[in-house]
Design a protein around this ligand. Sequence first.
Ligand SMILES: Nc1ncnc2c1ncn2[C@@H]1O[C@H](COP(=O)(O)OP(=O)(O)OP(=O)(O)O)[C@@H](O)[C@H]1O
Ligand SMILES: [Mg+2]
Length: 307
Amino acid sequence: MQEPHEPADRAIVVKDVRKRYGDTHAVDGVSLEVETGEFFGILGPNGAGKTTTLEMIEGLREPDSGEIRVLGLSPWPRNPRLLPRFGVQMQVSSFFERLTAREQLRAFASLYGVPQTVADELLERFGLTEKAGNRVEQLSGGQAQRLSIACALVHDPDIVFLDEPTAGLDPQARRNLWDVLRDINGQGKTVVLTTHFLDEAEILCDRVAIMDRGRILESGPPAELVRGLGSATRIAVRAGTLPVEEAAGLFPDAEVGEDEVSLTIATKDPSGVLSVLAGKNALTGLSVRGATLEDVFLELTGREYRA
Ligand SMILES: Nc1ncnc2c1ncn2[C@@H]1O[C@H](COP(=O)(O)OP(=O)(O)OP(=O)(O)O)[C@@H](O)[C@H]1O
Ligand SMILES: [Mg+2]
């Protein structure tokens, strides 16, 4: 059967995909599209269905219904034409037993017919050269995490899937990984990741989808989602810099409050407020906090704990 044609600019097309485990609707009618070269993030609380969605796109799980096309092809049943074009880092990483870090990477390299030197370059790139001779069980959690991402990149895939790639990484390793991922994306690769770090999603992703209970609640560029929320910017100066009554009179459209530390003005006209404060020489201890993706996330998914 001929594969249906997909426009070349769509790396991934998911249409109304569902997956149930017993009574759990893990994925409950998800549709999304990812363009070639896009950096796409799937965000959501624990159990939202992110990993299940990713695994269906990767061809590791069969959807109950719906349609998935990756690079114009169906990933299920396991599509040998797609596998070499995917780089997959799983949430629970699996390594070959009893091999050192270098041997792991070299094993992946030989599987894909890639020169062994690539393995050593990746060790270097992920700061693992010093640990190259350690067996995986002797690596720290963060080091093992970095190794599993390096393994996913060995064959220079067109699409990279990362399930919580920065979970358990220290701040240095997290930022290094951001650089690596930006680099890969800069080379035109499509990157799809899940993360619980909303600052990370905001910084890295061209677009994000916010999922909860198996459904996508909202998707778009992070800045657009934040703007769409229409939240106020919170401008704070040191308490006592300006009497609170005067501030309330100056900014009737804003929400003005004071505690022992700060006078806070929540406003939708931050530049207007700032210029008035500057005119009154009342900028001592100034801090300005705009709405973030985290505000959007909490607004959409609520604040209660998830299983
Ligand atoms: N193999 C499975 N068998 C039964 N239920 C499963 C299975 N895998 C996932 N689930 C259930 O499906 C739902 C979605 O799980 P999934 O792993 O996709 O969530 P997630 O968004 O990746 O969560 P997390 O942020 O915790 O990784 C959860 O309720 C989970 O308990
Ligand atoms: Mg998950």
